[in-house]
Ligand binder design. Structure first.
Ligand code: SF4
Length: 700
């Protein structure tokens, strides 16, 4: 960095990585971000993790896309790995007009021949709220259907399904900073030290002031050292463990009778169901002694205030919605919702996955989770947009869209800032689908693995090169600001989407994201009292905000829930086994996730000098005893095989994983974890079972 006082300008924005949404000050020198500091945002109070502090330099990487590209007529087959330094064999540079015409004309030819439903879209949780809103509007207004989705389908779709069903809202009921007022906190299926590092600092402070931390996870995650109780349960056994805890609360009459009577429904059915799950019977299923289950039940139920946080260890299962239903029931029966130090909080992954979902970038909901099946709701939006009606059928989800490509039902796609050639389960299947598309338009900042399959590539601005709002895991809407100009001819995503919309004849006339935000407010009550000007001046406002002066409600549902009748609901959950169990051929359990230094498919963080230097090589974690059994030294290489494929990578010794398990981060293209993963879906959230597959591990 050199002299830290030597910069030209200073711009306030939001970290582009995780859902914590840390506010940052970007110090700019000679048109480049020189360094980043944390500032006093509501979620981070000056703190940053290694990604936020050092992971900004990808925006100045020489691999950035700077001109539109069109696939050459004589290009080799789609899907071959395109070397970013030697892309000319596959693509040729084009003018913006030529590339936009090629994209729109390709889609129009498909819709004229096969109908509007033949073109689908994947938007991005890395874009702003305004960009997510415009993307879903383009698909619905331009193609007349709802086949539009984004990576929420791969992270918390099952949590949102359970929350909408039982609480009436898909967002958190309290910010993570509320742990300050909690007595007991349950963390389950999440690893904040690696995935939400600044949130993890609040959990550590909570334990330092004497709070009881209960960590539940099949891996011994980083915060287990701070835990009062660590429940390292068998992978996939969440429901048996949680039902046993709730059974104890019922049996010992520790539940909050008054709260249940005043604010909930279906309690009797839940109580009767829980009678089948005594801890003494469940300990064999979940691997946690009955005495521990009973003690945890007492600790949580008798606390004055308790919170539950969860991550993708809960959601990424074929029973992910059931897992979340159990957590919601546990909080409700103890009355731990709607008061200081209480709440339900699925820790959201991407920096704007909450906002992109709120903005309607999902196939079943328009903005604010208003169902596409309701005629009056669709009419509201078609009037707002000045457009014809569109389909009343819920659209296809991420993995269903790629299945529909295989089936010949979808032939064209618009993919903005998503990388399904790395992020989808069973990658060989996903990549074969991308190769089959007649017109694939990819809009991104790098030649991603998905761009290898593109017909047209549109160069986009990175997060620190554009203006727009984002919504973090706490429901805080924050202002992201451009600090530097995009390289070459790259443009802001909203402007590219608008240019495509207008080539489809939609007649959009926005001149700035603030105009898009104003339009969004017409269809989203959640944004009442939040204006662009407020966000410019205040930096962040939490929704709901009850007046133009209200900074927003950090805790919600203290006096009822946004469901018919105002009551939250208990939905009983039964034990469902993972879709693929270990057997003689595939005797171990594969689980996947992120690691501290790398973000998702690695396109940004692997191009960051510091982050790539710290974690440069594809790796997996195995228990030392497993390594000894395989005859592999720590740092040696292993081969992992599932029914879907094989990868080879370096093995680390890690006592956090049990002896029958292997953990693989999914950021490394040279050993892509998702070649191995199981595409089986949760029936409600349609989320794949990334957290459990049967695998064979061999010495390489
Ligand atoms: Fe960025 Fe998340 Fe780290 Fe904060 S905790 S600096 S938002 S990656």
């Amino acid at each position: 960095v050199g002299d830290r006082a030597d910069f030209d300008t200073e711009v306030t924005s939001v970290c582009p990585f995780c859902g914590v949404g840390c506010q940052v000050s970007l110090k700019v020198k000679d048109g480049k971000v020189k360094y980043v500091e944390g500032i006093n945002g509501p979620a981070n109070e000056g703190r940053l993790c290694v990604k936020g502090r050092f992971g900004f330099d990808y925006i100045h990487h020489p691999h950035r896309l700077t001109k539109p590209l069109i696939r050459r007529d004589d290009a080799p087959a789609k899907g071959l790995n395109v070397d970013p330094a030697n892309w000319q064999e596959f693509f040729r540079e084009a003018t913006w007009d030529e590339a936009l015409d090629r994209a729109a004309n390709g889609w129009k030819a498909l819709t004229e021949k096969h109908g509007g439903g033949t073109v689908a879209g994947f938007g991005s949780a890395k874009c702003s709220n305004e960009e997510a809103y415009l993307f879903q509007k383009l698909i619905r207004q331009g193609f007349g259907h709802n086949n539009v989705d984004h990576c929420t389908r791969l992270c918390h779709a099952s949590s949102v399904a359970a929350l909408l069903e039982n609480v009436g809202s898909g967002a958190v009921t309290a910010s993570f900073n509320e742990v300050e007022h909690a007595d007991v906190v349950i963390l389950i299926g999440c690893n904040p030290v690696e995935n939400h590092p600044v949130a993890a600092t609040y959990f550590k402070q909570f334990t330092k002031r004497g709070g009881k931390l209960i960590v539940m996870d099949p891996r011994g995650v980083g915060l287990s050292r701070f835990a009062t109780s660590m429940l390292k349960f068998r992978p996939g056994a969440d429901v048996s463990m949680l039902n046993a805890i709730m059974h104890t609360i019922v049996e010992e009459e520790l539940y909050d009778r008054q709260y249940i009577e005043a604010y909930t429904e279906n309690w009797e059915a839940q109580k009767a169901h829980l009678a089948n799950f005594p801890p003494e019977k469940m300990e064999a299923f979940c691997g946690i002694p009955a005495a521990t289950l009973r003690q945890v039940a007492r600790d949580f139920a008798t606390a004055k205030s308790g919170m539950i946080f969860w991550g993708m260890g809960v959601s990424q299962h074929i029973h992910g919605t059931d897992n979340s239903r159990c957590l919601i029931s546990l909080a409700l029966m103890c009355g731990h919702v709607g008061r200081p130090g209480t709440g339900l909080h699925p820790l959201r992954g991407q920096n704007n996955v909450q906002g992109a979902s709120d903005a309607g970038l999902v196939p079943m909901f328009l903005p604010d989770y208003q169902t596409v099946t309701d005629d009056s709701i669709r009419r509201h939006f078609t009037t707002l947009w000045g457009s014809d009606d569109f389909s009343s059928e819920k659209g296809l989800t991420v993995t269903e869209i790629l299945d529909a490509v295989h089936a010949g039902q979808i032939k064209g796609m618009y993919i903005l800032g998503e990388n399904p050639a790395m992020s989808d389960p069973d990658l060989n299947h996903a990549r074969e689908a991308l190769a089959k598309l007649d017109t694939l338009v990819v809009q991104d900042i790098f030649l991603t693995e998905t761009a290898n399959y593109a017909d047209v590539i549109l160069p986009a601005a990175a997060f620190y090169e554009k203006n727009g709002t984002v919504t973090n895991t706490n429901r805080q809407v924050q202002m992201g600001r451009a600090a530097v100009a995009p390289p070459g001819e790259a443009r802001e995503d909203w402007a590219i989407t608008m240019a495509l919309a207008n080539r489809l004849g939609l007649g959009w006339t926005y001149s700035h994201p603030r105009e898009v935000f104003a339009e969004m407010k017409s269809g989203m009550k959640s944004l009442d009292n939040i204006t662009w000007d407020r966000l410019e001046h205040e930096g962040a406002v939490t929704y709901p905000s009850l007046s133009p002066q209200d900074p927003g409600q950090v805790i919600v549902f203290g006096s009822g829930f946004p469901r018919d009748g105002g009551r939250a609901k208990f939905t009983p959950a039964s034990i469902i086994a993972p879709a693929e169990l270990p057997d003689a051929d595939y005797p171990m359990i594969l689980t996947t996730g992120r690691q501290l230094e790398h973000w998702h498919t690695g396109s940004m963080t692997r191009r960051s000098v510091v982050l790539d230097a710290v974690e440069p090589e594809a790796n997996c974690s195995l228990h030392p005893a497993t390594l000894r059994r395989l005859g592999v030294e720590p740092g040696g290489h292993v081969r992992l095989t599932t029914r879907r494929g094989t990868i080879s990578l370096m093995a680390r010794a890690d006592r956090a994983v049990s002896e029958d398990m292997v953990f693989v981060p999914f950021a490394f293209v040279e050993a892509a974890a998702n070649v191995l993963t199981n595409p089986a879906l949760d029936p409600y959230g349609k989320i794949p079972e990334f957290k459990f597959a049967a695998v064979r591990v061999e010495r390489e």
